[in-house]
Design a protein around this ligand. Structure first.
Ligand code: MSP
Length: 513
């Protein structure tokens, strides 16, 4: 396969722009960014998309509350979601808004294909609707008369409606997930989806007549599309479907929160199959967990919503990116606490990593004429240390492909710890006077290890690693260069810039007080 033909597609959910983006929404976008950056560093041509889900009753009501037209309201709010990109250092991507013309046309094409294939019919709908979830529930599903998902109120709706024959896909999906369990990850989420499919799967109402803030149903005057039919189609609009030109990126990976799993692994594959896509053209769905804050659910009323902007301003973008990916295994729920962020930054970044880089690079700057030192003969400990890096890039790659960001970091940190242990055992500074060649040799062995560490960490902490790569003189190297290098990664005698510390220690809040 040539480099250019390797393509990857990663998406985030499109966010309801009904409030300011918080840590939860920044999290999925960050995870997608790390995947996208890593794939690019690994020679892939990557499409990365995110955006805003701007139709539906929830947004129409929010606009009314502010005395704005829905369009004026979503224009204003969608901009807030774009602001998160520089705040979290999100790399190149497509930002889609479902009110854009090209998307509305795609949603209509999707509708027509489903209709032509006989999966859409007209009937009347009566049931409970939760505006906050934009979801329908049956009487039995309600918990204390409220939404079983969010606990928000539901309203009785009765109207003429188009229906999607979701029931027709139940057995197909069960059979599919039996054969291709990798389509829903992690495994625990697949079990949830299969459990749902084993129950009674009803057809779903997919149009509304009681409000008009939505994509018009083709040839269905007075009806707008159910917001999820419109929203899910965004993943295809981004690629220009049904035009085939960009479909080389498809199917790709959808990152979603656990609360919207059913839409992505039941409704969406059913829609795709209904519209004529094959089984091989179904995307992977990875559902991550939810963040709480100091043990509590994040909510405006509790006033504990974590604001990514103030967080990155206080601690730096790289530190926040690292912490969110390292603290909680992707897929699990996690608890956010600033105390933990400070502890992790100090132990992992300032002590283990930053100190190591700085000690070695400043010794080289002072004692080796600021040039890449020359290697002597390797002893058993040197060999063991360097051998430990063989296969490391590939191990990290495998974890990233499996969306196991914390494992990728674990793999990298096991080498960081090995480097610290090697340095403690070899004590290069003790040879400065009587055997400077040996000191230079040890420093060079360490620097050879720094290269794969810095390059695999680049996707997580792009700003700090750009500097470390510069200090090592390896900015131009790719991951494949590192893997395929036959000899050593650095060149004897190459001049190096003056190194500086990249991760200063943060003073814990109690100490500061
Ligand atoms: N608009 C739909 C998605 C349509 S995708 C075709 C939607 N939007 S949302 O704004 O309500 O939620 C977007 C994402 O944010 C979801 O994946 C949700 O899980 C995630 N999060 C919201 N709060 C969160 C946390 N506290 N923690 C982690 N993720 C959370 O649903």
């Amino acid at each position: 396969m040539t480099q250019a033909s390797k393509k990857a597609y990663i998406t985030t959910p499109i966010y309801y722009p009904s409030g300011k983006p918080h840590l939860g929404s920044a999290y999925t976008t960050l995870a997608a960014d790390i995947y996208a950056r890593f794939k690019r560093l690994d020679g892939f041509d990557v499409k990365f998309s995110t955006g805003t889900d701007e139709h539906g009753l929830k947004l129409q009501r929010a606009a009314e509350k502010e005395g704005l037209t829905p369009q004026a309201y979503v224009d204003k709010m969608s901009d807030m979601f774009r602001e998160i990109e520089p705040i979290m250092n999100i790399s190149e991507h497509t930002f889609i808004r479902t009110t854009e013309d090209y998307h509305q046309k795609t949603a209509q094409v999707m509708w027509q294909k489903l209709e032509e294939a006989g999966y859409i019919y007209k009937d009347s709908y009566a049931g409970w609707y939760c505006i906050s979830d934009e979801s329908y529930y049956t009487e039995e599903e309600l918990v204390d008369g409220k939404s079983p998902m969010s606990g928000h109120p539901v309203e009785w709706m009765e109207e003429e409606s188009y229906f999607f024959k979701l029931s027709a896909f139940r057995d197909k999906l069960l059979d599919l997930y039996e054969r291709r369990p990798e389509l829903v990850q992690p495994q625990s989420r697949l079990n949830e989806v299969v459990g749902f499919l084993k129950g009674e799967v009803r057809d779903i109402s997919i149009s509304r007549t009681t409000f008009d803030w939505g994509v018009p149903v083709p040839n269905g005057p007075g009806h707008v599309m159910y917001v999820w039919i419109d929203a899910l189609t965004n993943y295809l609009s981004v690629l220009g479907w049904p035009n085939e030109d960009n479909m080389g990126y498809w199917p790709g990976v959808h990152l979603v929160g656990k609360d919207i799993l059913r839409f992505h692994s039941v409704y969406w594959p059913a829609m795709l199959m209904g519209a004529g896509l094959t089984e091989e053209q179904l995307p992977v769905v990875y559902a991550h967990g939810w963040w709480t804050v100091d043990g509590d659910k994040m909510s405006k009323s509790k006033g504990n919503v974590v604001d990514p902007e103030s967080l990155t301003r206080e601690y730096s973008r790289d530190i926040v990116r690292y912490f969110l990916m390292r603290e909680v295994p992707f897929g699990n729920d996690g608890d956010f606490s600033e105390t933990r962020l400070i502890e992790r930054t100090n132990s992992d970044l300032a002590n283990a990593l930053g100190n190591l880089f700085q000690r070695v690079l400043s010794m080289v700057a002072k004692n080796c004429e600021a040039k890449v030192p020359t290697l002597g003969e390797l002893d058993a400990a040197d060999k063991e240390f360097l051998d430990g890096f063989k296969g490391m890039v590939n191990d990290v790659r495998t974890h990233i492909d499996n969306l196991q960001f914390h494992k990728a970091l674990d793999t990298i940190w096991s080498r960081v710890h090995a480097a610290n242990a090697y340095m403690d055992a070899k004590q290069p500074w003790t040879h400065k006077k009587e055997n400077p060649e040996l000191m230079a040799h040890i420093l060079r062995v360490l620097m050879e290890g720094f290269v794969p560490i810095a390059h695999t960490l680049d996707a997580f902490m792009p700003e700090s690693m750009a500097r470390v790569k510069e200090f090592l003189g390896t900015s131009e190297m790719t991951l494949t260069d590192i893997e395929n290098a036959e000899g050593y990664l650095l060149t004897d005698g190459a001049e190096l810039p003056k190194p500086e510390g990249v991760f200063p220690r943060i003073q814990p809040k109690e100490e500061a007080a």
